[in-house]
Design a protein around this ligand. Structure first.
Ligand code: AKG
Length: 298
């Protein structure tokens, strides 16, 4: 079976793409084992962690939001999430009024259960960024390969992303893929990993849209899975990730959110009532990643 990851159609089970992600449900009560796994593998996959009904309710909130914007094909039921003609763009606008616009989203990503999990995993009280990244990804779109640190590296580097599929997200709908071993790509961490997209005025923070060139240059293998409502995957700031291309006629709905120790410095851009994420901070972006890659010789 072949899947489109960025610009490359890849055979599942071939040298570049696997769906063999390790599940960590069996060690969920063992903080040391969780930390060790994160250190070794660069990610934690937990199946059925979130309440699946609340996840589905959060998906419906996103679809209602899209409906209000006229982005759905109204000849299908709302729950189907069929994309209206000509719709592009993968973030749901810049709403930060989650309580009124996406009332079920915070019930999933700020739940006591997930905050307790991070406090347990991190070994102290945890905090989550106020800013969230709810996404509705239309047909043909994907996220390019990047380290999250280039977007949110001004606070603790002991910061974690949780990617939550809102609904079932099989591979053909645009699932999250991580590059196994990329948290140990020292050359990449010392160059691209030092970027700050605002300071460096980078037009797009993605390192590459081509998963094959990454494996050929640095090693590793891309890994993804068919996600179910309730699943989540957590990874650190230096785990390269991207997404498969949505090849369906329905929106891929998901949300990515951030967690860290309360006691550590926090990237203030993402906190408060009206957080200003890098891509909406008024900085005129002029640098292309290709220019930097030439300088780094990678
Ligand atoms: O959902 C996506 O397509 C991208 C998610 C992402 O980049 C992240 O979780 O940091």
């Amino acid at each position: 079976m072949k899947y489109l990851l960025g610009t490359q159609e890849l055979e599942l089970g071939g040298p570049y793409l696997t769906d063999r992600l390790v599940e960590s449900n069996d060690i969920i009560d063992d903080a040391e084992a969780l930390r060790k796994r994160m250190q070794e593998d660069g990610y934690l996959l937990l199946r059925g962690f979130h309440d699946a009904d609340t996840v589905r309710a959060a998906r419906l909130d996103i679809l209602k939001n899209l409906q209000k914007q006229g982005k759905l094909d109204e000849s299908h039921p709302l729950e189907a999430g069929v994309i209206g003609e000509g719709n592009k763009g993968s973030l749901l606008g810049r709403t930060t009024d989650y309580e009124s616009e996406l009332p079920n989203l915070l019930k999933v990503v700020n739940s006591q259960k997930i905050m307790d999990f991070f406090s347990f995993f991190l070994g102290g009280p945890s905090v989550t960024f106020d800013y969230k990244w709810p996404r509705a990804v239309p047909h043909g779109e994907f996220t390019g390969a990047h380290y999250d640190v280039v977007y949110m590296g001004r606070g603790s580097k002991n910061l974690y992303t949780m990617w939550t599929p809102l609904g079932d997200v099989p591979m053909e709908l645009g699932s999250l893929a991580i590059c196994l071993g990329s948290h140990r790509f020292e050359q990449l961490k010392g160059t691209y990993g030092e970027v700050d997209v605002s300071r460096d005025q980078l037009q797009v923070g993605w390192f590459s849209n081509d998963p094959v060139e990454i494996v050929d240059k640095f090693g590793g293998q891309w890994a993804t899975t068919d996600f179910k409502a309730g699943d989540l995957i957590i990874f650190g700031m230096y785990t390269l990730h991207m997404s498969t291309v949505n090849r369906t006629n329905t929106y891929r709905t998901s949300c990515d959110t951030r967690y860290q120790l309360l006691s550590e410095p926090i990237d203030a851009r993402f906190m408060g009532k009206n957080p200003v994420p890098p891509s909406a901070d008024g900085v005129v972006r002029t640098t292309k990643i290709e220019q930097l890659r030439e300088k780094w010789n990678i």
